[in-house]
Write a protein of this length. Structure first.
Length: 349
């Protein structure tokens, strides 16, 4: 017998968003970890706001909303806020009641300056990393560094001559970056990963990966000038210098300055040889050792991180202008990746 479609009616219900999410849903564990990290940075969040005035959107919701955008490939903040009107899973993650109105997408841009001023993304990323360390998921001894190109939110049409051009530096005449800049994002630089590719306005995301389980221990965004990969890699390694023993890297790091910088930190540089255009700076005695081969094999896992960033998290091209907002977004994407990995490695609290 054919059934009849009945008209939907308003009815009283005692079910909330939490009851609508399956008990074994992976987002439950991620929410548990994210809430614990937010509680640990409560003093930082408290400093962001005045004790008087109108109550604003809780910063915890804005941070967790950014995690949802990375985890579920949401293209924009406007689209996320639209989905909050009907997506019960998102409402559960953000602790929104069924009758509570979702916040407006402009809340992100209005509060971004506060997040930047108090370095909230960096504190949140560090809190997530501390959770992984407490669960014994990090070795803090063997690392991998790598960089990846992030396209800027600016087209080549915005790349125009400076007026007046900047003087050359280092005893050289003016370079292209001294004579041209993007009027949309002045900090973006023309960059290409190889001679076979077309140069685009870009930034560089530099990651430090712990080799035990492939978790991120640090992430920084720098100006794409050809030097920031190695400079930021040494800065990230310096923070782990007391315990760090080795670092794996590709042939882009085979320079005297980087290998010498690692030696100064008492870290063994397991760098791929790049003897095609210049003499390699790698210690030849390392090439036949098992620890070098192991480091070179494990270092390829960092490409999984950047692959997830650029596909699932939509971080192939940034939605923001300027290095600082892009690094804030990158830190939150990195925190989302770590939360996902921790939830898989330790599904129960």
């Amino acid at each position: 017998m054919r059934g009849e479609a009945t008209r939907q009616r308003v009815m009283l219900t005692l079910r909330g968003p939490e009851q609508c999410v399956p008990a074994e849903h992976p987002l439950r564990r991620i929410k548990q970890l994210a809430d614990a990290a937010l509680r640990s940075i409560e003093p930082v969040l408290e400093e962001m706001y005045s004790s008087i005035g109108r109550p604003s959107i809780p910063p915890e919701r804005l941070l967790k909303a950014s995690l949802l955008m990375a985890l579920y490939s949401v293209r924009s903040e406007r689209m996320l806020c639209e989905q909050l009107g009907y997506n019960l899973l998102f409402r559960y993650f953000l602790d929104l009641d069924l009758i509570e109105e979702p916040f407006d997408h402009s809340s992100f841009s209005r509060n971004r300056s506060r997040l930047l001023a108090h370095e909230v993304a960096a504190h949140f990323f560090a809190a997530v990393t501390a959770q992984a360390r407490a669960l014994n998921l990090l070795s803090d001894e063997h690392f991998t560094v790598d960089g990846s190109q992030i396209e800027a939110w600016a087209s080549m049409k915005s790349y125009r001559p400076k007026d007046p051009p900047s003087p050359g530096t280092g005893g050289r005449g003016p370079r292209m970056r001294d004579r041209f800049e993007s009027i949309t994002d002045p900090q973006a630089r023309l960059y290409r990963t190889s001679k076979s590719r077309v140069a685009t306005l870009s930034y560089l995301a530099n990651a430090l990966m712990d080799n035990r389980h492939g978790l991120l221990t640090d992430l920084q965004v720098g100006i794409a000038d050809g030097f920031c990969e190695r400079e930021q890699a040494l800065a990230m390694l310096a923070a782990h210098a007391p315990r760090a023993r080795s670092v794996g890297a590709d042939k882009a790091y085979d320079t005297k300055s980087f290998v010498a910088g690692c030696a100064a930190l008492r870290i063994e540089a397991h760098v791929t040889e790049n003897s095609k255009h210049h003499k390699s700076a790698v210690d030849r005695s390392l090439l036949s050792t098992e620890r070098y081969r192991t480091s070179q094999r494990v270092r390829k896992r960092v490409e999984e991180i950047f692959g997830w960033f650029k596909t699932v998290a939509n971080f192939r091209r940034t939605r923001y202008r300027g290095r600082a907002p892009i690094e804030l977004s990158g830190k939150l994407v990195g925190a989302a990746y770590n939360l996902l990995r921790i939830a898989k490695l330790c599904p129960s609290g």
